[in-house]
Design a protein around this ligand. Structure first.
Ligand code: ZN
Length: 245
């Protein structure tokens, strides 16, 4: 795997052990513009890697340094995701530029790079996430066209087998047992969701983030039957991974 270097000044020292891999899209018109911004000290953002549409891989920050890709958010209780993660920016215009398909060569490169990273560091499958998973209220990347299932089938991240949820479907505005159980399950998966409270906008954004990844053909924000069954399926897989730690 060939990796080209293009250094960014936007990094500092990690304050936590490395335990997560975060995938993004660049969300800009071109890859060149994105790389320029990720190397601009005034922009104050960066990533460890950028993967272009052609599959070309560019390293901007060393893996042992803290790149600035995640921003405000939380995953598995960690609020300094930058300190605990490696970030890969995948060149794609994103929702602002028509959400283009990810080309085959680019996905092949993301897979190879991710597998190499996972072989070098103790990152659990349940902690391979999208930017939208750690910041569901403000981020949508890498978006519903990103082939998470294919990645999981190739050793990068988890994919749920449907399992009986044991809690009823719910939707924004609902309250009570079903919503509490939904919150608890999403929390166990790793989402930064409060354990109690009605089905508010914050919970809806988490359900949307889950759907964007695991049920991308219907992004409703409602915890419908199919969504609940997938949430329970993923929760079981996550629990089996985390209990081995
Ligand atoms: Zn992002």
């Amino acid at each position: 795997m060939q990796v080209i270097k293009h250094a960014s000044p936007n990094f500092n020292e990690r304050r936590l052990p490395l335990s997560m891999l975060v995938l993004h899209y660049t969300g800009m018109e071109t890859g060149e513009a994105a790389i320029e911004r990720l190397a601009d000290s005034d922009a104050g953002v960066s990533a460890h890697y950028v993967v272009e549409e052609t599959g070309r891989i560019i390293q901007m920050v060393a893996e042992d340094k803290r790149a600035w890709h995640a921003g405000k958010g939380v995953w598995r209780g960690c609020e300094d995701v930058n300190s605990a993660s490696i970030g890969i920016e995948i060149v794609n215009g994103g929702h602002d530029f028509g959400l283009p398909d990810y080309p085959e060569a680019q996905i092949v490169a993301v897979l190879a790079l991710s597998r190499a990273i996972l072989s070098r560091h103790p990152i659990a499958a349940c902690d391979v996430i999208g930017h939208s998973d750690l910041a569901p209220d403000r981020k949508q990347d890498p978006g519903e066209k990103f082939p998470w299932k294919r990645l999981a089938e190739n050793g990068v991240g988890l994919w749920p087998d449907p399992a009986p949820a044991g809690f009823a479907p719910s939707a924004p505005g609902d309250d009570g047992e079903a919503v509490e159980a939904l919150r608890q399950s999403l929390f166990e998966i790793g989402y930064g969701v409060a354990r109690t409270g009605a089905y508010d906008d914050a919970l809806k954004s988490v359900v949307l983030a889950f759907q964007r990844r695991f049920r991308p053909d219907l992004l409703s924000g409602n915890a419908d039957e199919e969504t609940c069954v997938l949430i329970e399926g993923l929760r079981r897989k996550v629990t089996s991974v985390t209990s081995k730690r």
